[in-house]
Design a protein around this ligand. Structure first.
Ligand SMILES: *Cc1c(COP(=O)(O)O)cnc(C)c1O
Length: 470
């Protein structure tokens, strides 16, 4: 493709995206594609001769688009959001065009220095103390793995990297912790048997007394407690672990404290919603995802550490071919994470924070929370529905509960209800299970979601519930 064609298609694609954003509500939120639909329509091998962009783009529209679930749809209430915004998309285009590989300061000094600055903006925005340093990771899963690896090194006096781990190190998280913690424990070689899932209280937050008891038991059996992962905003129900109490326990036993605030972290930008951050000033590492709720398109995860030296001792590598004259004066973020190569992600974050300002982000967070409150009130005032967990931030956990159906029946009915509602293509909800009960989740977080969409979602849920025969 020559530059003239690049220019022409570039303009056309931005036009296409602008139309997409404008008309997205006409598309089914959740793709109606069946398994194998696309695969069977794609040639089994790559073309020998290059094809025209017109043909490729036509296939994008006709073959690919039907298989897309529209995360930017205002009636996206599934999982957690992964919202984006026009400034973020534009910055991502520049990042792709520059094509810089930002592993070291030297490989694009601006990428490193912008990352350092923007991450410090974020740190201030969510109220972490100045001693924390930030680095962008691809995902919270990776950030939590970095935390577990750091905790492993810290607990073994930095010998595990050298000798491997023979000593059983124990990691603690609540039963509601994200699956990425178990995965990280496995990857870090700590062993799933050494992950203790601590009981939760009525609101699904970690019970600190049970944590202390589990640590004592492990010490009694000659094991070595190493790390606690506290969750702020659990994926199932947005429960907030009591970080302050957990931090006290970590201090008492000399354990690493990692805080996973993947979704909820963005809410801390508003001081009125920052209460859950209490105690995070005492953690060792903290992660939240601007790519979930902060208008920054996937991927962009913000990882903060109290002592970067520990991270560097855990993950730093100095092969000859990467050494540069500037190494003593600059940050080389390749040593702050697992991968060597790094995308220039700070650019989109900078575009987003400058475009919206902290005020704009706060407003969005508040709008979403208000809408979730409104939905929660509708559920609460309907005698055929019930809330399954306290509404926290922008997530509502609920179920349909007609008459005197037994638990088994309720699980089935609610699954049917969700499938019925999603089949309309008008909204997309997902589920979880809380204490054995099938639970629907309405998670608000789309940039363009408005009260109308909440009202419509409730109406669809009500209608669908009336069509279900118990
Ligand atoms: C979404 C989520 C994660 C995983 O996020 P990724 O960035 O996709 O790895 C981890 N923890 C919690 C609490 C989450 O909600």
């Amino acid at each position: 493709m020559d530059n003239a064609a690049f220019r022409r298609y570039g303009h056309a694609f931005v036009d296409w995206l602008a139309d997409y954003f404008e008309n997205i509500e006409k598309l089914p939120v959740k793709s109606k594609t069946l398994p194998g639909d696309l695969l069977s329509r794609l040639p089994a091998s790559a073309p020998t001769d290059g094809e025209s962009m017109d043909e490729i783009f036509k296939d994008f529209r006709e073959l690919i688009m039907p298989g897309i679930s529209h995360w930017q749809h205002p009636a996206w209430f599934a999982y957690f959001p992964a919202n984006n915004s026009p400034p973020s998309v534009l910055a991502e285009m520049l990042t792709a065009g520059l094509g810089s590989q930002c592993m070291s300061w030297q490989t694009s000094p601006a990428a490193t220095e912008l990352e350092e600055r923007v991450m410090d903006w974020l740190r201030q925005m969510i109220g972490l103390p100045p001693e924390f340093s930030g680095v962008i990771q691809d995902t919270a899963s990776t950030a939590s793995l970095c935390a577990l690896l750091s905790a492993r090194e810290y607990a073994t006096g930095f010998t595990a990297n050298q000798k491997g781990t023979n000593e059983p190190l124990v990691v603690y998280a609540s039963t509601e912790a994200h699956s990425s913690i178990e995965k990280g424990v496995k990857i870090a070689g700590l062993g799933k048997d050494n992950l203790r899932l601590i009981q939760t209280r009525d609101d699904f937050s970690m019970c600190p007394e049970s944590l202390a008891k589990a640590i004592e038991e492990d010490l009694g059996s000659g094991l070595k407690p190493a790390c606690v992962v506290a969750t702020l905003g659990t994926t199932s129900s947005m429960a907030m672990d009591p970080v302050e109490a957990v931090a006290d326990i970590c201090k008492q036993y000399g354990l690493w404290l990692h805080v996973d605030a993947a979704f909820a972290g963005t809410a801390a930008v508003d001081p009125n919603h920052r209460w859950f951050m209490k105690g995070t000033e005492n953690c060792d590492s903290f992660v939240f995802n601007p790519h979930k709720w902060m208008l920054t398109n996937f991927d962009c995860s913000a990882y903060f550490v109290r002592d970067p030296e520990i991270l560097l001792r855990t993950l730093g590598m100095q092969p000859e071919y990467l050494k540069t004259a500037a190494d003593t004066e600059v940050k080389n973020y390749r040593d702050w994470g697992i991968q060597l190569g790094r995308r220039f992600r700070a650019l989109k974050l900078w575009f987003v924070v400058r475009s919206y300002g902290t005020g704009g982000i706060r407003k969005m967070v508040n709008r979403h929370i208000t809408m979730a409150k409104d939905f929660s009130a509708r559920v609460d005032s309907d005698k055929c529905f019930e809330l399954m967990a306290p509404r926290q931030l922008s997530l509502v956990c609920f179920r349909y509960k007609p008459g005197d159906t037994d638990e088994e029946g309720l699980n089935q009915i609610n699954q049917q209800l969700m499938e019925r509602v999603n089949a309309t293509g008008e909204v997309f909800l997902t589920h979880t299970v809380l204490r054995g009960k099938y639970t629907l989740r309405l998670s608000v977080g789309q940039r363009t979601t408005s009260a109308r969409h909440i009202q419509q979602a409730w109406q669809l849920i009500k209608e669908a519930s009336q069509q279900i025969t118990v």
